[in-house]
Design a protein. Structure first.
Length: 564
C-alpha cells in the first residue's frame, strides 16, 4: 500500500519536473572514467559539462572550483586538456585564484563573450598518493578495485552564478571493465537531480567500477556500495547499519525512510573517518580493521543526515552527533551498555585532558586546522554540553522530558521549512529551563567546562575519575599546517625531543591527529627529512599526567535500565 503510494507520487514528481524543465536552463555533467590503473594508484576521469542559456560578457567569471576545501586539495590546479566551445567555436579560457587561505577557489572566465550553449571538458587526474596537506575528509578522487570514487567538490567545475538549473548526470563507462556500474548520492546510473542549484553536485558522492552491494537489491531507503576488497566482509556491518537507519527513521519521526547510501572506500590517512553528504555518507577503512570498528562512524554520520541543521554552529551538529552516536544504537538494541560506555569515556577522556578545552567557541573556526586540540572541541565539548542539558531538562520536568524532545522539535522545524537558528534553539532552552538554559549555552560558548552530573548518563552509569597523560606533540602544533611542515619550538623535555626530533626538521605523516589525540596508546609516526636524509621517528605524543572525569557502571543496575 505504502509502496504503491510513493511510486505514484514519484511518477507525478517526474512529470512535473519534465514540464518545468522546458522553461529551465540545463547543466549536464558527463563522467567518463578512464581505464582504472589499480597497481599504480593512478587514473583519470574525463568530465564534460554542458550549460545552456549562457549570456556572459568577455571576462565574466563562468566556472569555479575550490583549490583547497577542508584541507583537501582538488583538481583545480592539476586538471589538463581544458577546452571550451559555444556556437561561435572555441572559447579561450583564463583563470584567476582567490588569495590563498583556508578555503579558496579558482575562477575560470572566457576571453570573449559567450552566448547560448557552452560545452567545457577536461581531464581530472587521479593519484592515490597520500595528500601532502595531511588530514582532511575523504573527498578526493581515488582509484581502487578497478574503479573510482570522489565527492563532487574536488573535481566538478560549477557555474559561478547561483541560478537554478535542471541538473542531469550522465555516465560513460566504456573504458571500465565489463560488469562495471556507476552510482551517486542521487541513485544508480544516469539520473536527473531535478531543478535546483548546480552546487548540489559539490555535495554528491560518485562511484563507478565493478561495485559490490548490500543489500543485493535495495528494499528500503538503505543501500551500501564499495569497490575492491576491504580487509573484512562489509555485509554484516551493513546489515547492522540498515537496522539502525530504520530505527532512527522512527526516532526522528520521518514519515518515510529517506534514501540513504553508504559509500565505503580505502583511506590511507584516517581509516574510519567519514563525511556526511547528500542522502549518503562516505566512510573509510584501512589496511587492517573490522566492520565493528566502523560502527561508531556509521552511527555518527547517519545522525548528521537528520540533525545537521542550517543556521547553527558546529557545536550543534557535531556535538549532538557525538552525544547520540552510542546512545541511539544502545536504545535500538544494537550496542551493549558496555560498548556505549566505552564510547562515552573516549569522548570524556579526550575532552577533559585537552589543554585547550577552554578555547571560546568563536575562536574555533579561525583556528580549526592549526591545532587538533581545537578541531575536536565542537565534538567533545558539544557532546558534554548536550549531556549537561539533557540532565537539566530531565530534572526540571521530573523525568517527563529530555533533550530528545528538543532535538526532534528542531528536526521537525526544518522539515516544515521553519528556521533553525541559534535564536530558535535558545527559545526552546528558555521554555524548558528558563534563564538557566541560555546561561548554560553562553557558558559553553565562552569555553567553560561542561560537566554532566554523576547520573547525567542515566542510572546505569556513575561518575568517577581516571588518569591519563595529556596529548602533547612536543612542538608548536602550527608546524604541521600547510604543504611544507617544519618543526619549530620543540620542547627540550618532550617525548618528541627524546625520540630525536629537532627544530628545523621537515616532516610528513599519514595519520589523523584527532584519532591520535583520542587514543592514549597511539604513537605519532613522522617521516623526517634532515640534511638531505629522510628517516622515520616514532614517539608517544603525551606530556604530563592529568586527572580526567570518566563514567563507570553503577553497581547492581541491570542492562535493561541503561537505555532510557
Ligand atoms: Zn560529524
Amino acid at each position: 500500500m505504502r509502496k504503491g503510494f510513493f511510486l505514484a507520487a514519484a511518477l507525478l514528481a517526474t512529470v512535473s519536473h519534465a514540464s518545468m524543465a522546458m522553461a529551465q536552463e540545463r547543466f549536464e555533467v558527463l563522467l567518463k572514467p578512464g581505464a582504472a590503473d589499480q597497481p599504480d594508484g593512478v587514473g583519470h576521469v574525463y568530465v564534460t559539462l554542458r550549460m545552456t542559456g549562457v549570456d556572459a560578457p568577455a571576462g565574466a567569471p563562468l566556472l569555479t572550483l575550490p583549490v583547497v576545501i577542508a584541507n583537501t586539495a582538488t583538481v583545480a590546479t592539476t586538471l589538463t586538456e581544458l577546452k571550451a566551445s559555444d556556437a561561435a567555436g572555441d572559447v579561450p579560457l583564463t583563470y584567476k585564484d582567490d588569495p590563498v587561505s583556508l578555503v579558496y577557489a579558482r575562477h575560470w572566465s572566457a576571453a570573449r563573450p559567450v552566448r547560448g550553449d557552452l560545452t567545457v571538458s577536461y581531464r581530472a587526474p587521479i593519484d592515490n598518493t597520500p595528500p601532502k596537506r595531511g588530514s582532511g575528509p575523504p573527498y578526493q578522487l581515488r582509484t581502487e578495485g578497478r574503479g573510482l570514487s570522489a565527492v563532487g567538490n574536488t573535481f566538478i567545475l560549477l557555474p559561478e552564478n547561483a541560478q537554478p538549473y535542471d541538473v542531469q548526470l550522465r555516465w560513460d563507462l566504456s573504458s571500465l571493465d565489463a560488469g562495471s556500474a556507476a552510482t551517486s548520492s542521487y541513485g544508480d546510473g544516469d539520473v536527473s537531480l531535478g531543478v535546483g542549484p548546480a552546487g548540489r553536485l559539490a555535495r554528491t558522492v560518485f562511484m563507478a567500477g565493478p561495485m559490490h552491494r548490500y543489500p543485493q537489491t535495495a528494499h528500503g531507503g538503505f543501500s551500501a556500495v564499495w569497490l575492491g576488497t576491504p580487509p573484512f566482509d562489509p555485509a554484516p556491518t551493513m546489515a547492522w547499519t540498515e537496522k539502525l537507519h530504520g530505527w532512527m527513521t522512527g526516532f526522528f519521526r520521518d514519515p518515510a525512510e529517506p534514501p540513504y547510501r553508504v559509500f565505503l572506500r580505502y583511506n590511507p590517512i584516517n581509516a574510519g573517518g567519514g563525511a556526511a553528504l547528500t542522502n549518503s555518507f562516505l566512510t573509510t577503512y584501512g589496511k587492517t580493521g573490522s566492520g565493528e570498528a566502523l560502527k561508531g562512524t556509521l552511527a555518527h554520520e547517519m545522525i548528521h543526515t537528520w540533525t545537521s541543521l542550517d543556521g547553527l554552529g558546529q557545536w550543534f551538529g557535531e556535538g549532538n552527533a557525538v552525544f547520540y552516536q552510542g546512545l541511539l544504537p544502545m536504545r535500538a538494541g544494537l550496542l551493549s551498555p558496555d560498548e556505549y560506555l566505552a564510547d562515552l569515556n573516549d569522548t570524556a577522556r579526550r575532552y577533559y585532558s585537552n589543554a585547550l578545552n577552554d578555547t571560546p567557541d568563536d575562536q574555533i573556526a579561525p583556528r580549526f586546522w592549526e591545532d587538533t586540540r581545537i578541531r575536536v572541541l565542537p565534538y567533545d565539548r558539544g557532546a558534554m554540553y548536550f549531556a549537561v542539558l539533557d540532565g537539566k531538562i530531565r530534572k526540571a520536568s521530573g523525568g517527563e522530558r529530555s533533550l530528545d524532545d528538543l532535538m526532534i522539535e528542531m528536526v521537525e522545524r526544518e522539515r516544515k521549512g521553519l528556521s533553525t537558528s541559534e535564536a530558535d534553539w535558545l527559545a526552546l532552552l528558555i521554555r524548558e529551563l528558563g534563564q538557566a538554559g541560555p546561561d548554560l549555552h553562553a557558558a559553553m560558548l565562552r569555553g567553560e567546562l561542561m560537566l554532566p552530573e554523576s547520573d547525567g548518563f542515566g542510572p546505569c552509569f556513575t561518575r568517577t575519575t581516571g588518569k591519563v597523560r595529556r596529548f602533547d606533540l612536543g612542538f608548536e602544533p602550527k608546524s604541521l599546517v600547510g604543504d611544507v611542515k617544519t618543526i619549530r619550538d620543540l620542547k627540550p623535555d618532550s617525548e618528541a625531543a627524546k625520540a630525536g626530533l629537532r627544530n628545523g626538521d621537515v616532516v610528513t605523516y599519514a595519520q589523523a591527529l584527532d584519532g591520535v589525540q583520542g587514543n592514549p596508546q597511539a604513537k605519532l609516526n613522522l617521516q623526517v627529512t634532515r640534511e638531505g636524509k629522510t628517516f622515520p621517528i616514532s614517539y608517544l605524543p603525551r606530556g604530563e599526567e592529568v586527572e580526567v572525569y570518566q563514567w563507570a557502571r553503577a553497581a547492581g543496575v541491570p542492562d535493561s535500565a541503561c537505555a532510557r
